[in-house]
Design a protein around this ligand. Structure first.
Ligand code: SIN
Ligand code: FE2
Length: 214
């Protein structure tokens, strides 16, 4: 009933809320440049599996670029200016990332978007991301811009309480989801990624999540 699997064409848009939508295929033209950017970031700040405050190792491998990087360890979740693994500042957000994020945000109704953090998520087959809110940022109004690359995934988009019903959204290579303003604190997550092979990205899913932290 509430599952959004209609296989929309690039250029179409699916509303998920008053200030939340999927921009289908919005990143397709820049996908190769985004993948090259991810490789450059990962060469400086390698993907790693963070540990949650509860002591669990996260399934999703992560790295960051930008002024702030999202980190988790036994002490909690936070944004850090430095990569705790190297002690060096996170790599800068590549200009093509910033352009794409601002263009997608504008398309979704958020003009003048300048993110200061970009979390890069890597999902191997079988990897999931459990339902959560993005609430470690000081700015709870500026949108989250989330770019999908590689293997398809089912994105869950819920309400403001963990138990609220969720819609399932099929996300494919090049799709961008934007949620901000009144929808900024909606719960979301990703179901286990099914094994497969993407012609460019191979057997994995990559995701860029832009945020304005401060
Ligand atoms: C996230 O919530 O950080 C990532 C969402 C996604 O991988 O699509
Ligand atoms: Fe998130």
């Amino acid at each position: 009933m509430h599952d959004l699997f209609a296989d929309p064409a690039p250029g179409q848009r699916t509303a998920l809320g008053p200030q939340a939508c999927v921009l289908h295929g919005f990143a397709l033209a820049e996908a190769d440049a985004l993948l090259a950017g991810i490789a450059g970031v990962a060469a400086q700040a390698p993907f790693r599996h963070l540990v949650t405050p509860g002591g669990h190792t996260m399934q999703v491998a992560m790295t960051n670029c930008g002024r702030y990087g999202w980190c988790s360890d036994r002490r909690g979740y936070r944004y850090d200016r430095l990569d705790p693994q190297s002690g060096a500042p996170w790599p800068a957000i590549p200009p093509v990332f910033l352009r794409l994020a601002a263009d997608a945000a504008r398309e979704a109704g958020f003009a003048g978007y300048v993110p200061d953090a970009c979390l890069v998520n890597r999902y191997a087959p079988g990897t999931r991301l459990s339902l959560h809110q993005d609430r470690d940022e000081d700015d709870r109004v500026a949108p989250i811009v989330s770019v999908s690359l590689g293997l398809p995934a089912t994105f869950l988009f819920g309400g403001f309480a963990r138990g609220d019903k969720t819609v399932r959204v099929a996300l494919v290579h090049g799709d961008v989801v934007v949620w901000g303003g009144a929808d900024r604190l909606r719960f979301h997550g990703v179901l286990p990624v099914k094994p497969g092979h993407h012609p460019v990205v191979g057997g994995q899913r990559l995701n860029l999540t832009f945020r304005k932290v401060r």
